[in-house]
Ligand binder design. Structure first.
Ligand SMILES: C[S@@+](CC[C@H](N)C(=O)[O-])C[C@H]1O[C@@H](n2cnc3c(N)ncnc32)[C@H](O)[C@@H]1O
Length: 170
């Protein structure tokens, strides 16, 4: 199973967007306290629209608590300081629990976490024009890279039929 972990998220709309991605991809969402908002926040609900109830959500008091719960989990730390490119790793094993851990919006992941997990720190390439990508976009990028490698298992790959669309004749 794929898991997204948000370390002390601060902006409710980002977590709302990510919750929608999680609901749409059967990805578990883990939030590490403290959060910068209430779980009842209207911006969180609005960004997640009606999907919040479909999210497989867990809350944890620390990253260590999460590591202890999943001793066999494969943890990847998503940071612009990563020495590896995210797409160079193999996420194709659908029998394992794969965790993508993202940092908080203002300060990212703690230095100590990056130091302790240097080999599993992954960067998404970007230009010098910006300091970092938006958190919810990075979560979607990693989620869909993992799903692509897993051949979109358990996803609807076929488009729905739109009988009401009238295609014009040549
Ligand atoms: C807005 S960024 C945090 C910026 C923070 N000042 C820092 O230096 O990490 C929030 C999170 O998005 C993810 N992120 C943003 N840009 C990234 C990139 N180019 N590569 C990997 N992760 C990125 C990381 O997980 C980061 O902790």
């Amino acid at each position: 199973m794929n898991h997204i972990v948000l370390f002390q998220p601060e902006i409710p709309a980002n977590t709302g967007n990510i919750s929608r991605t999680c609901a749409g991809t059967n990805t578990a969402l883990h939030l590490i306290r403290p959060l910068g908002f209430s779980i009842e926040d209207k911006y969180l609900k609005r960004a997640g629209l009606d999907y919040w109830d479909s999210v497989n959500l867990s809350m944890h008091d620390s990253l260590e608590e999460l590591f202890d719960k999943y001793p066999d989990g494969k943890f990847y730390f998503i940071t612009k300081f990563g020495e590896h490119t995210y797409s160079d790793f193999d996420y194709s094993d659908t029998s394992s629990d794969i965790f993508f851990v993202f940092g908080k919006e203002t300060t990212g992941l703690p230095d100590s976490v990056l130091r302790d997990h240097r080999e599993n720190c992954l960067r998404i390439p970007m230009s010098d024009n910006i300091r970092s990508l938006n958190l919810s976009n990075t979560a979607a990028i990693l989620t869909y890279e993992a799903l692509r490698q897993q051949n979109f298992q358990h996803m609807n790959v076929e488009a729905p039929t739109y009988d009401h669309i009238v295609f014009e004749k040549d």
